[in-house]
Design a protein around this ligand. Structure first.
Ligand SMILES: *[C@@H]1O[C@H](CO)[C@@H](O)[C@H](O)[C@H]1NC(C)=O
Ligand SMILES: CC(=O)N[C@H]1CO[C@H](CO)[C@@H](O)[C@@H]1O
Length: 231
């Protein structure tokens, strides 16, 4: 596992000098499909990678909880979720937990219905049409989940209840949120934490984590800030 983390980190850091665009065909050999987020997405192997090697064991220290209060269609929210939060979670999920508090659609129901909600939401938010992609993304990452049942949640009492819970959780924020995406770290929001999360969530999670240092956080950390999406 340590070796895998190092491999991921190495590929990740090395990819920063390359170009950032995804090509339509897969340019990685199968052995490298899980070596980075780009490779996994490009090769359509994200689900496989998540289910096998990205499902890592927890480290002994308390995980850093990253809360994200957002609207599913807000461009800044989409950018943060797809290019900062999800990649950071792939690399650091053994020391990090994510609390997504979406406002406004099917995402709340998905979170209630499948363990694969985060990859599905990532898939939706990185698609051209967030809403239209929901069914396809669900089929890809959670094929056993019937779309009809998601729709009956969205349109029914459970969906309303879940949305209401999210609204309450958002209203309970202290300080109250002024914009989205609104980030909390271990339940705390400050302008400083928000700015650090926007600049490099990866560095912030590594520096906030109090447990033993993990391989992904070691050594080359400072290079991470040149990662192309964060410029
Ligand atoms: C789904 O939502 C219901 C209603 O709020 C809740 O009782 C249940 O625990 C939730 N299940 C999961 C897996 O989140
Ligand atoms: C694609 C990939 O890297 N698969 C590896 C996942 O981890 C197992 C053991 O934990 C390896 O056997 C696989 O090669």
């Amino acid at each position: 596992m340590k070796a895998l983390l190092l491999l991921i980190l190495t590929v990740w850091l090395n990819s920063q000098s390359g170009d950032c665009s995804l090509s339509s065909s897969c340019s990685y050999p199968p052995s490298q499909w899980c070596s980075s987020l780009e490779a996994a997405v490009e090769c359509g192997a994200l689900k496989h990678c998540l289910q096998s090697n990205f499902t890592r064991s927890r480290q002994p220290g308390d995980p850093v909880e990253v809360g994200l209060y957002y609207e599913s269609l807000c461009p800044g929210c989409r950018l943060f979720l797809t290019e900062m939060l999800f990649p950071t979670w792939l690399l650091l999920n053994e020391i990090m937990s994510v609390n997504l508090v979406p406002y406004g659609n099917a995402q709340t129901c998905l979170m209630n219905m499948t363990k694969m909600a985060f990859p599905i939401i990532f898939c939706m938010e990185s698609s051209t049409d967030v809403i239209k992609s929901a069914q396809t993304c669900t089929q890809v990452y959670s094929p056993e989940l019937k779309w009809d049942s998601v729709m009956s949640c969205v349109k029914g009492d459970i969906g309303n209840k879940l949305m209401h819970q999210n609204a309450q959780q958002t209203q309970a924020l202290n300080p109250p949120h002024e914009y989205v995406p609104w980030v909390t770290i271990n339940g705390v929001h400050t302008e400083d934490l928000q700015n650090k999360a926007m600049a490099s969530l990866f560095s912030l999670v590594c520096s906030t984590y109090k447990g033993p240092k993990i391989a992904a956080c070691g050594g080359n950390q400072k290079n991470y800030k040149t990662y192309c999406h964060n410029e």
